[in-house]
Ligand binder design. Sequence first.
Ligand SMILES: Cc1ncc(COP(=O)(O)O)c(C=O)c1O
Length: 389
Amino acid sequence: MHDRLSAHRQSAVKSVPLVDLQAQRRRLGKRIDDALLRVCEHANFIMGGEVAEFERRLAEFCGTRHALSCGNGTDALLLGLMAKGVGPGDAVFCPTFTFAATAEVVALVHATPVFVDVLEDTFNIDPDSLINAIETARSARLRPVGILPVDLFGQPADYRALEDIAGQNGLWMFADAAQSLGAQYRGRWVGQITEMTATSFFPSKPLGCYGDGGAILTEDDELADRIDSLRIHGKGSNKYDNVRIGVNSRLDAIQAGILMEKLAIFPEELAARQLIAHRYSEGLRDVVRTPRIPNETTSVWAAYTIVVDHNRDKLAAGLKAAGISTAIYYPLPLHQQTAYKDFPRANGKGLPQAERLAQSVLSLPMHPYLDEATIERIIDEVRGLAGSG
Ligand SMILES: Cc1ncc(COP(=O)(O)O)c(C=O)c1O
């Protein structure tokens, strides 16, 4: 008891970051240093051996035939759309409550992102709103071609419902799994659920590298070939044989070397995230709305996000004053952003759940190295502040 109290007091003086990348760095230490040095020694910085080996291990981890790495998660989405030949006149359906990259890539290939509302309890794309959005797109004389669901905060979208809608409307699905690598949905791993899946290795993601990185997962040999060509300037039999217009988007060998070390401990880290999320939910569910994870679905807890119906900003300020970092993902849905407000949205109206969530979500510190005393301190602070209104 005495030990626990003093641990609690000790942690009370430290500030708590949202994600603590240094804690993992301390754990992996020399393994990362050695991985970096190996690349410096062989000097194959672009598409060196680490890249193919990391792709092999990533595909094995996700249970997919192909894993194609690239420069970042945004490019992973872009390459997938390019491989599908998406272009002008095409409508691609995206949730509005997401990071800008999801819709940005649709606009970049000169197609039209059509915004869909989300479900208030899972934060993921709302199937009913999607049906409305398909109607909206048809009325605007756009050609509905595909759905870009986002697995927000690490939790897969409701793919069973989406598959039905996609099937009925002849749409493909391409998952934005930037936040959900390693999660499962009804017996399938992220990467096995949709025809293509994009992910990100941005440093703060559950599997992050030491810079930018991303990957596309697919079972489809033809798509994999096309993406492999597109990521290296549309190469054919070699990089000086250009058979299509592509981009330059490759994962650095240094990042692949780092990611292999991180992938080796990723399952353990996911288990730690799970325990922390469980502690948060147990400790907070009677004072704020805690995340709902549906049956047969797991989250990798890229973020642990609570919904605070009143005085969210006051709670965030109180936590900040207590040295606890929080974040608002996302303060403004995409259909209300300057760059995206003129694109169509379901019903042509507001998207009320997303608009409400933007006012009430708050993400708490989440990473696998949060210790018990710190978790307890965060829970106590949230309870004190949320309880006091
Ligand atoms: C939902 C979502 N999509 C796409 C991206 C883009 O990934 P990146 O930053 O690696 O380009 C991110 C992450 O930043 C994201 O959270």
